[in-house]
Design a protein around this ligand. Structure first.
Ligand code: ADP
Length: 491
């Protein structure tokens, strides 16, 4: 019952007048009531089961029923309801018996002045008892939860263990909490960490109330293991320590570090190899090409058609190979070159690119429009190359009378996204990833010139800046190439 609520009163009384007398006594003391009267065992049983009651007031003796029987039923039902006996002529001995059996109070019918006060007190006491029971249940649940947790939990007071859960014992290789309760925690950590915790961490804990870190713990058998610990200082000065074994995690971290270092090394090796190989291949190739050209000049008309054709195959092959090697060199240069970023005005870069492509733009009658572009932190040489590749592709892969290109820009959460939209031939979406792979083309050389290096270079440039590049296109409906520059590029 809370303030403002009515008191639920169950009256066991065969006389209506007596019942009204008791009710009047309670109401005159300003108790708000909801009450019901029963006279038989059956109706009492039914009401006890179906409803909740704040207090039971029982006449000591009724025909076929009495207060001791009713009290026994309440107790058997495991209910803690204040039970008050009222009688016309209860003897001292019977009253004492009732109190011994568990009744909370008794009154004579002709003197009910203290009834309301007794009910108030008993209801309050019953409420306190209920709160205790609830708290005990919660405590038991919490204890069960603490025992079930996989992390080790210990409570330490004045440097010694007060409580440890099962996981804590297991973690340190102990079987029974008696082996540790009352003992100092010092022997469970290596001397260096004991010193660090005492001198550095505990003063910090006193200020911040909690700390999280790592330490090296010692098992019962003397072996050590890495542990992650979280310490919490409670108001009464006890420390709650929650810890777990992180040996596995440490090993994985170490392996990952090693793998990353290996990967970085082999990537650098590979990059260097591509660079050196393509660089060194240039020289013999140049020789093949120039001697094939010499051969064709010197022996013109002296050899037959087949020989002339063979020589031209050699020359063309060498020219193509030279082109491929040049591309490979430019590709590996992107990662080999030192990567410096500086404030880069994208608008100025684009103007530079359009002026470099001026002849092409004029011959094809290209219309270029653009949003105002920002200054970002980037590598200007590489971003210029990126714009150059994307713009020249937009012009090359366009059959419209008037090629139109729009350069747009948006910013979200610090990331710039730049879009280069054309009205060209478009790309089948199934190839939207493949086109960024080195030497991958969707057309043969007779339809559109090129070697398939441009977009691979763009991808590498953008990845070096920490961004991404992708395309949105449909065949015959133009393409939009997007690239993002992360917030680290934002000024
Ligand atoms: P290349 O132009 O030398 O073939 P890229 O790497 O620049 O090499 O492009 C790869 C392929 O992507 C091209 O062969 C072409 O099929 C397609 N492509 C690139 N840009 C466009 C574009 N703007 N419109 C349509 N297709 C394009």
């Amino acid at each position: 019952m809370t303030v403002g609520e009515s008191l639920q009163v169950l009256l066991i009384e065969d006389s209506e007048d007596d019942a009204l007398l008791a009710i009047r006594a309670l109401k005159s003391s300003h108790l708000r009531l909801d009450w019901q009267r029963v006279q038989t065992v059956e109706s009492f049983c039914a009401l006890l089961k179906d409803q909740t009651w704040d207090v039971i007031i029982a006449d000591y003796h009724l025909p076929g029923f009495d207060a001791p029987a009713a009290l026994e039923m309440v107790q058997k039902s495991d209910l803690d309801i204040p039970f008050i006996v009222i009688s016309g002529a209860i003897g001292e001995a019977a009253a004492v018996e009732m109190m011994k059996a568990g009744a909370h109070d008794y009154f004579m019918k002709d003197n009910l002045t203290r009834l309301a006060e007794a009910i108030r007190r008993e209801v309050r006491d019953a409420k306190v008892r209920q709160e205790h029971r609830d708290a005990e249940v919660i405590l038991k649940q919490q204890q069960a939860a603490i025992e079930a947790v996989i992390d080790g939990i210990a409570i330490v007071k004045a440097g010694t263990y007060l409580y440890l859960n099962h996981a804590y014992l297991e973690l340190f290789g102990y079987e029974d909490s008696t082996e540790l309760v009352g003992k100092s925690w010092h022997s469970l950590y290596i001397a260096e960490d004991v010193k660090r915790l005492e001198n550095e961490i505990f003063p910090l804990l006193a200020q911040e109330q909690s700390w999280r870190g790592e330490a090296i713990a010692i098992r019962k058998d003397g072996s050590t293991f890495a542990q992650e610990i979280s310490l919490t200082l409670t108001e009464d000065g006890t420390i709650v320590s929650v810890c777990r074994d992180i040996t596995q995690r440490k090993q994985t971290e170490q392996q990952l570090k090693q793998l990353n270092a290996d990967l970085l090394f082999s990537n650098q090796e590979l990059g260097q190899f591509a660079y050196v190989a393509s660089h060194d291949l240039q020289e013999p190739l140049r020789k093949i090409r120039s001697f094939a050209e010499l051969l064709s000049e010197r022996y013109q008309d002296q050899l037959d058609d087949v020989a002339d054709r063979y020589i031209s195959y050699i020359t063309n092959g060498a020219i193509r190979l030279q082109g491929l090697i040049d591309d490979l060199l430019s590709y590996s240069r992107v990662s080999q070159a030192e990567f410096n970023v500086q404030e880069t005005n994208l608008e100025v870069l684009l103007q530079q690119v359009t002026s470099d492509l001026e002849t092409l733009i004029e011959t094809r009658g290209v219309i270029i429009s653009m949003d105002p572009l920002p200054t970002v932190l980037a590598n200007p040489i590489q971003i210029q190359q990126l714009f150059q590749n994307l713009l020249s592709n937009a012009i090359k892969y366009c059959q419209a009378e008037v090629p139109k290109i729009h350069i747009g820009i948006t910013q979200a959460h610090g990331t710039w996204t730049i879009a280069i939209k054309d009205n060209g031939i478009g790309i089948d979406p199934q190839f939207s990833e493949r086109i960024f792979v080195i030497f991958q083309r969707l057309h043969n050389r007779n339809t559109y010139t090129g070697t398939g290096i441009g977009l691979a270079i763009c991808k590498k440039i953008i990845e070096r800046h920490g961004g991404q590049i992708w395309v949105d296109s449909q065949e015959g409906q133009g393409s939009t190439f997007f690239f993002s520059l992360p917030s680290s590029c934002d000024i």
